[in-house]
Ligand binder design. Structure first.
Ligand code: PMP
Length: 293
């Protein structure tokens, strides 16, 4: 199947979806992106994702020539043009074409493209049996460098941490901040359950303000499970009763071991199962319709 890509306002065949080698997104990682899911013909938390994209763009002085509403419509149009019902959207905005120098003001217009396709991050068996994680030595950048809240095209730090995890035989790795506190994983937020309470690292400890993370706060309230942010160390992970990760691509996935310590009894716990089920139910019953785009 030939994918239709949304590129600067037009839907083009994937072979024609080209970006110049002078694009600063490519030359300097100067740009921002989003990953969005759609389920059963409805886009999950579309407005929130585009809100975060615009915030990331504002933070790096990247002025988009499209409004929040126009970007939302473009996402729905791209999904509709590909006749897809379930899948994943990658939306990228770059600084645009410029010269061979950092100066972003020499880039006249940003480039935006939207790919609607599918994604399989982890094999299905891990949703049933859980993941094993390792801690990476690569640290989450400090807010004194680029804010961890900007979902920029500079993911090399996370890529290097992911390489460490993969080389250690784990599919995902825990990233600590410069102080040694748990921040998140390379592409997912992390949660533990301790004495019946769900805990997740604070945004100020270097966690991305994940859209799925926000959904977990809502679900915890609905399920009557206490939940709060906490500064945590690896000790807190090792001694937790249950653990899970969240992300747009990963959804909700249980964790059963970290750095070779079994979590709880080393099996997927009851609370994680409840959260996973509630999450799947929500994704199937809510969202912005693709139809009518
Ligand atoms: N942390 C990082 C570093 C990420 O890249 C992502 C998702 N791409 C997440 C957490 C999860 O965020 P969300 O739930 O918004 O996908």
């Amino acid at each position: 199947m030939v994918l239709k890509i949304w590129l600067d306002g037009k839907l083009v065949d994937e072979a024609d979806a080209r970006v110049t080698v002078f694009d600063h997104g490519l030359l300097y990682g100067d740009g921002v992106f989003e990953g969005i899911r759609f389920y059963s013909g409805r886009v999950f938390r579309l407005e929130e994702h585009i809100g975060r994209l615009l915030d990331s763009a504002r933070a790096i002085l990247l002025k988009l020539p499209w409004s929040h509403e126009e970007v939302c419509t473009a996402v729905r149009q791209t999904i509709a043009a590909n006749g897809l019902v379930d899948g994943y959207v990658r939306l990228v905005v770059t600084r645009g074409a410029g010269g061979l120098g950092l100066n972003p003001y020499l880039c006249k217009t940003p480039t935006m493209f939207i790919i609607a396709s599918s994604i399989t991050l982890y094999p299905e068996e891990h949703y049933t049996n859980g993941l094993s994680l390792v801690t990476c030595s690569t640290r989450r950048p400090t807010p004194g460098a680029l804010s961890p809240q900007v979902k920029s095209l500079n993911y090399l730090n996370n890529v290097m941490a992911k390489v460490e995890a993969l080389k250690a035989g784990a599919m995902e790795g825990v990233m600590l901040n410069e102080q040694g506190y748990v921040a998140e994983c390379t592409g997912d937020n992390i949660f533990i359950i301790k004495r019946g309470k769900i805990l997740t690292p604070r945004i100020s400890d270097g966690a991305l303000d994940g859209i799925t993370r926000g959904v977990i706060f809502e679900l915890a309230e609905q399920l009557g499970i206490p939940m709060e942010e906490a500064t945590m160390t690896r000790y807190d992970l090792y001694t937790s009763e249950e653990c899970f990760l969240t992300g747009t691509a990963a959804e909700v996935i249980p964790v059963v071991a970290i750095d070779e310590r079994p979590i709880g009894d080393g099996k997927v716990g009851e609370t994680v199962r409840r959260v996973l089920e509630a999450f799947r139910n929500l994704t199937q019953t809510t969202g912005t319709p693709v139809e009518g785009a």
